[in-house]
Design a protein around this ligand. Structure first.
Ligand SMILES: [Zn+2]
Length: 347
């Protein structure tokens, strides 16, 4: 099915899908993002456009007859934390009676070089136990760039290991990349030199994104898919889609040569900075979103940072993996989802 044609037959769906409201907005937040609180389209917990497509005969297919897919992803922002930070976390865990974590943090202090966030192998082992794979998006920052915490050279072995095992390594663009073609090209090259092969997947740091310009830049830089498109301040379906799609540029009247696998759930949106849900509420919402994507035979993209793999945050992540396994979802990397779209001619 030509999904762009189908959606354009329905003006209400077309407006939600293209996100006309995000072109030249009156206001954006301090990271130049279009926030959910500014959107006219309030029903963000329903994948309205995807539901419309399914009701009109859209039939996505996944390997082994799976009903729906999970695009599992990690942004690697921070690998190092200070000894002071470790000590404070160790003490907090001990006070809460969580001696396993307290010991772990103390252990990191003693070993100095080892850090709790240097946990790629642990994440992969955990996912492997649930029959899942995922994508790791690495920053390619220089020491003078904002939020620099590690260099690609020092994680070169890990990057190659991740890729050899069949997980994906993609680029996590820096603060300004979403708006700068040269920067995108340069960072993609830096990562490809370390990885030894083409980088196809992308997500911008802080989910910074300008509709539709960032898609155009990513396409020009040679990325095959992006998975930035979700709100930072609220979980859900930013343009009503829970299927990967080619974005449509209202300024040029053309499709953009890139696939968007929209982001639906980010750990810090649920828990810490924005929605401020407790464990129970965060789980209830995530479960509902997974169920809705299953009903639409869609793809739910989940972002869990490597810094959210401790204590309750880890417990929640494991709960998500277990639930998706029980539902027999195809839980995999963005790259695999992208490959599947072409195999099944879904665009
Ligand atoms: Zn980031």
């Amino acid at each position: 099915m030509d999904i762009i044609n189908k959606i354009s037959e329905n003006p209400k769906m077309w407006d939600i899908f293209t996100k006309k409201e995000e072109y030249n907005p009156l206001f954006s937040d301090r990271y130049e993002r279009f926030p959910y609180y500014l959107s006219q389209h309030r029903n963000v917990m329903e994948p309205l456009v995807s539901r419309y497509l399914i009701e009109n005969g859209y039939e996505p297919e996944y390997p082994d007859g799976k009903k729906f897919a999970v695009c599992l992803t990690h942004d690697i922002d921070v690998l190092r934390t200070s000894i002071k930070n470790c000590a404070s976390k160790s003490l907090t865990s001990a006070l809460k009676g969580d001696f396993k974590n307290a010991m772990q943090y103390s252990f990191h202090i003693l070993k100095k070089k080892q850090h709790p966030y240097w946990n790629f192998k642990e994440i992969m082992e955990l996912e492997g136990r649930f029959g899942a794979k995922s994508s790791f998006y690495f920053l390619a920052l220089k020491p003078d760039e904002r939020d620099y915490n590690y260099s690609l050279e020092e994680v070169a072995d890990e990057i190659r290991y991740i890729s050899e095992k069949g997980w994906e390594v993609g680029l996590h663009g820096g603060h300004e990349s979403y708006n700068n073609l040269e920067d995108l090209i340069q960072k993609k090259k830096m990562l490809e030199t370390i990885l030894g092969k083409e980088v196809v997947g992308y997500r911008n740091h802080y989910l910074r994104f300008k509709t539709p310009d960032t898609w155009e830049l990513l396409s020009k830089a040679g990325f095959k898919y992006d998975t930035t498109y979700g709100y930072t301040d609220c979980a859900g379906f930013r343009n009503g889609m829970c299927h990967p799609f080619k974005p449509f540029n209202l300024n040029t009247g053309k499709e953009i040569e890139i696939v968007e696998i929209p982001l639906v759930v980010m750990d810090c949106t649920l828990l810490r900075d924005y929605m401020r849900l407790d464990f129970k509420k965060a789980w209830e919402l995530t479960k509902q979103l997974i169920d809705r994507v299953e009903q639409c035979r869609g793809v739910i993209t989940i972002l869990w940072h490597n810094t959210y793999m401790q204590e309750e945050n880890l417990e929640l992540y494991e709960k998500i993996l277990k639930y998706c396994q029980e539902k027999d979802a195809w839980v995999t990397s963005g790259q695999e989802i992208f490959n599947n779209i072409w195999k099944n001619n879904l665009q």
